[in-house]
Design a protein around this ligand. Structure first.
Ligand code: GLU
Length: 444
């Protein structure tokens, strides 16, 4: 049995039932084999054995009161995975599917993603099984305040900096920051990112993940002599990442023909209208089927799989494990040339393997969706200097960071014998940065 296989088996034994966490570990360990062979020090110092164990795992009770005056109890999480290269950093997810396995996989991935940005941020993730769907603003506020009443003691601008993820946007960050400010009696803006512009947020933060995804995909296509212009794009999801991916894809000359939510997908042969999606999803918080009220010629498919549509580029921007082997097979036979992961771990390991074997260009989440957290770090920089940058300055810095991530991933893939395999390249480049810091620290 190889050294890495043994670590994987032990991780599975020690973390039974945590399938998503096991999957994320397996993906990284499969990629870094050539690195371990070349660098004895990593195994001597047990760097990998340390990385499969988060530095700290916090689970807490969140009691809150609903609109009927009834007590509700949810479970809160914060996994502080690694502080090797900077303070813990990563989003909060509020979704009924949230459990320890989901938050652990997200925190694990965040460490390598954050390392790829080249900025000084460690990895963390948190959240709750609280379901924001159908809740009133007052209920959301009550939940956020109670969640922060416990979380505040574990975070801080030099300790751990949460941000948004699924179910946590500017509204929730406002409630969370308000409560943090109240109970800590400090205006420590750098403690949360994704803030509103009136109290220390950054321009272009909400666009950053979707825009960054397109900057990465565009670089990847260019380096394989493809142009994004005129390509048809299918995007799963219609949240923050999906929405701004749609906007940037259209600006770059591609045509987004479909987007989805948990109910189904809309298909618009003339190209999805960003303004309508934005109005429905961000302002009205409604279902995507409402798109037909804006564009009656479009079609809505309830409960159908978006990946059955023929497209040149697929951008999974919804949930983990959205593209399985069967969806990948369909995409390949329909002539898809590139996949860009806007969501975290949206492709199963079997589907990743199939894409690579069939020469589909795959922009992996850790690299391709790092624009969000990178811009969070730019928000922290602005908070530290007490200055606000223009949209153009943030956007051009984001573009530079994404181009750099693409180049680093591409270089690492070639250096370790797998040119064009950006999954391996990104995993290797991120791992080396974290591993080198851990090596420097000794046994911590
Ligand atoms: N939740 C986002 C991610 O998956 C952003 C995290 C952040 O800005 O800290 O990277």
């Amino acid at each position: 049995m190889t050294y890495l296989q043994k670590i994987l088996d032990e991780t599975k034994l020690k973390n039974p039932n945590e399938l998503e966490f096991q999957q994320a570990v397996e993906e990284i360990l499969t990629s870094i084999e050539p690195v371990i062979e070349k660098n004895q020090a990593y195994s001597d110092l047990k760097v990998i054995e340390r990385l499969v164990e988060p530095e700290r795992q916090i689970i807490f009770r969140v009691p809150w009161i609903d609109r009927n005056g009834q007590f509700q109890i949810n479970r809160g999480f914060r996994i502080q995975h690694s502080s090797a290269i900077g303070p813990y950093k990563g989003g909060l997810r509020f979704h009924p599917t949230v459990n320890l396995s989901i938050i652990k996989f997200l925190a694990f991935e965040q460490t390598f993603k954050n390392a790829l940005t080249g900025l000084s941020i460690g990895g963390a993730k948190g959240g709750s099984d609280f379901d924001p769907k159908g809740k009133t603003d007052v209920e959301i506020m009550s939940f956020c305040q109670n969640f922060m009443t416990e979380l505040y003691r574990h975070i801080g601008q030099f300790v751990d900096i949460p941000a948004g993820d699924m179910g946590v946007g500017e509204r929730e960050i406002g409630f969370l920051y308000g409560q943090y400010k109240r109970i800590s009696n400090t205006f420590e803006a750098g403690t949360l990112t994704g803030k509103g512009l009136s109290y220390g947020g950054s321009l272009a933060r909400k666009e950053a993940t979707g825009f960054g995804l397109l900057y990465f995909v565009n670089e990847m296509l260019k380096s394989h002599n493809h142009s994004i212009q005129g390509k048809t794009v299918v995007i799963s999801g219609s949240g923050n990442v999906a929405m701004y991916a749609c906007k940037k894809a259209s600006e770059l000359g591609a045509k987004v023909i479909a987007m989805s939510d948990s109910g189904g997908y809309v298909y618009d042969k003339d190209g999805i209208d960003f303004t309508a999606i934005h109005a429905i999803k961000e302002i009205q918080r409604e279902r995507i089927s409402k798109y037909l009220e804006y564009h009656p010629h479009a079609e809505y498919f309830q409960g159908k799989r978006i990946w059955d549509l023929k497209c040149d580029i697929a951008l999974p921007c919804a949930m983990q494990n959205d593209i399985d082997l069967s969806a990948a097979t369909t995409l390949i036979s329909n002539g898809c040339i590139a996949v860009g992961e806007g969501a975290n771990m949206p492709t199963t390991n079997e589907a990743i393997k199939l894409f690579i074997e069939n020469n589909v260009l795959l922009a992996p989440a850790k690299a391709a969706n790092a624009g969000g957290v990178a811009t969070s770090a730019l928000e922290m920089a602005q908070n530290s200097s007490r200055l606000s940058w223009s949209f153009e300055k943030v956007d051009s810095t984001l573009k530079e960071i994404m181009t750099n991530i693409f180049e680093e991933s591409s270089k690492a893939a070639s250096e370790y014998g797998h040119p064009g395999n950006y999954v391996m390249g990104a995993n290797i480049a991120g791992f080396i940065r974290v591993a080198n810091a851990m090596t420097a620290f000794g046994a911590v």
